[in-house]
Write a protein that binds this ligand. Structure first.
Ligand SMILES: *Cc1c(COP(=O)(O)O)cnc(C)c1O
Length: 362
């Protein structure tokens, strides 16, 4: 069967080159070969995140580390900032870990703002806060710098940030932000196959984790640090992913990170312009639109054109493109188009061409 190209916001399309790297011959994870591989990518990851901290590799999807951060860093009570399906779920996950947790809910499509977090943290009840930088379900990007600035006011609160669908597509300077955990799964903007997560933790987070009970083993941050110091992972990693990540990071560096960020802005602008040209509005509040995907409003909010999303998806699939028909409670009343990963002006022009053709047939 012909391959249908992924333009859903994760997993995204994986290149032949990346798959080739993924299929490198197997090596032992305690041998020099693996240590050399991890030691080679470590400075690249540190450059990507502008950090002096070691960057960890977790063989899991992002949720493993999202849950791990709760288990490692929440002793008192966690504030889960909620603005869409993934961030809403984090409250549920915190509770399932047996933690005292409270949600700070804003309407889907709205961003999380520092002022609202400040009010909550001022109660002194919380020792951790979770934020999703780019809420993929609604295509909304919250202002991370503004939120991270609160860390100075609340130095004892752990700031845990999910950048699953923004890491490597926008600049994220871990040390400068001053936050405690920054994590991402690799099937989004990294354009790797699903199954690997990368994350960094601050010295304060590591110190706190060491004093937290019942943090388990698989996602124990102390184990990750101890092993990363030896260019290893706590348990056997998906070595194919590490090869693929190494290849990808070489591509990032060859392109130049600033060029990579600019490319995402440019391709995203093309998709948004397509939406505007066709009289669609966007779902996120103005000024907080994601730059890695576009969540098109299709009746979820008043205003703008609407179309038959199921039909649009079908017509797009016939043209070789998989697009997303909306997530969770906004399924059908929105649809999403991803421009993250390896997409270029040329490939997004092809997507737009197919969208135009499809719309004419509805
Ligand atoms: C995709 C996604 C997740 C979940 O990732 P898994 O790979 O399913 O664990 C979490 N947060 C955000 C923002 C995402 O986009």
């Amino acid at each position: 069967m012909a391959h249908v190209k992924l333009h859903i916001p994760g997993p995204v399309e994986v290149s032949e080159k990346t798959f080739k790297a993924f299929c490198s011959p197997m090596i032992g994870h305690r041998g020099q070969g693996f240590k050399d591989l991890y030691a080679k990518i470590q400075p690249q990851l540190q450059t990507l995140l502008s950090t002096k901290q070691l960057v960890y590799l977790s063989t899991s999807s992002a949720w493993g580390v999202m849950e791990g951060a709760i288990r490692n860093l929440v002793q008192k009570k966690v504030l889960n900032c909620m603005c869409g399906a993934f961030s809403d779920k984090w409250l549920d996950v915190s509770k399932r870990c047996g933690k005292d947790a409270e949600g700070l809910q804003v309407a889907w499509g709205s961003a999380i703002r520092a002022e609202a977090i400040d009010q909550k943290l001022a109660t002194g009840q919380f020792d951790a806060v979770t934020v999703i930088h780019n809420e993929t379900s609604t295509g909304t990007m919250s202002p991370l710098a503004e939120i991270a600035a609160l860390k100075k006011k609340y130095p004892d609160v752990m700031f845990i940030v999910d950048s699953v669908s923004s890491m490597s597509a926008v600049p994220l300077k871990f040390d400068e932000l001053g936050i405690d955990v920054l994590l991402a799964g690799t099937q989004k903007a990294f354009a790797l196959p699903p199954g690997l997560a990368v994350f960094a933790a601050s010295p304060a987070a590591l110190a706190k984790a060491a004093t937290t009970k019942d943090r388990g083993y698989y996602f124990d941050f102390v184990e990750f640090q101890k092993n990363a110091e030896q260019s290893m992972t706590p348990s056997t990693p998906s070595i194919g992913h590490v090869y693929a990540l190494s290849s990808k990071l070489d591509e990032f560096m060859a392109e130049g990170l600033d060029n990579r960020y600019a490319r995402h802005l440019k391709t995203n602008r093309m998709v948004r312009d397509w939406a505007a040209r066709n009289e669609f509005t966007l779902f996120p509040d103005a000024g907080f639109e994601s730059v890695t995907l576009t969540c098109v409003n299709n009746g979820a909010k008043p205003g703008g054109r609407t179309t038959d999303v199921a039909k649009l998806q079908k017509l797009m699939k016939e043209r070789g493109f998989l697009i997303d028909g909306g997530y969770g409670k906004i399924k059908g009343t929105t649809f999403r188009l991803s421009n993250m990963g390896d997409e270029t002006e040329a490939t997004i022009a092809q997507l737009i061409g197919a969208l135009d053709e499809s719309l004419k047939l509805i």
